[in-house]
Design a protein around this ligand. Structure first.
Ligand code: F3S
Length: 98
């Protein structure tokens, strides 16, 4: 499965959700998460993220390891998102303006 990690927080560009063929993304107020029970490992979302927040679970950097659990435990508690919407650009977002 793929995993959304810390750089997504306060950014939420949502380009990832727009290309997902199986509606694996779920929307929280400040980030998206991937439901590992839905993700088919297609890799479509990875190059879409402007802040490189998405990793395959076998290749998550050490500092983001806890995000494997966060995606698995939290994603399904929130509604599915499958379309692009305006990004947040919150105070912790290091990505570009749109
Ligand atoms: Fe987050 Fe990147 Fe998607 S910032 S919402 S993982 S495109």
């Amino acid at each position: 499965t793929y995993v959304v990690t810390e750089p997504c927080v306060d950014c939420k560009y949502t380009d990832c959700a727009a290309v997902c063929p199986v509606e694996a993304f779920h929307e929280l107020p400040d980030r998206l998460l991937i439901n590992p029970n839905t993700c088919i490992d297609c890799d479509a979302c990875v190059p879409e993220c402007p802040v490189e927040a998405i990793y395959p679970d076998v290749n998550v950097p050490d500092e983001y390891q806890d995000w494997i659990r966060i995606n698995a435990e939290e994603a399904e508690k929130y509604p599915i998102i499958s379309m692009k919407k305006p990004a947040l650009h919150g105070p912790n977002c290091a990505g570009p303006e749109e």
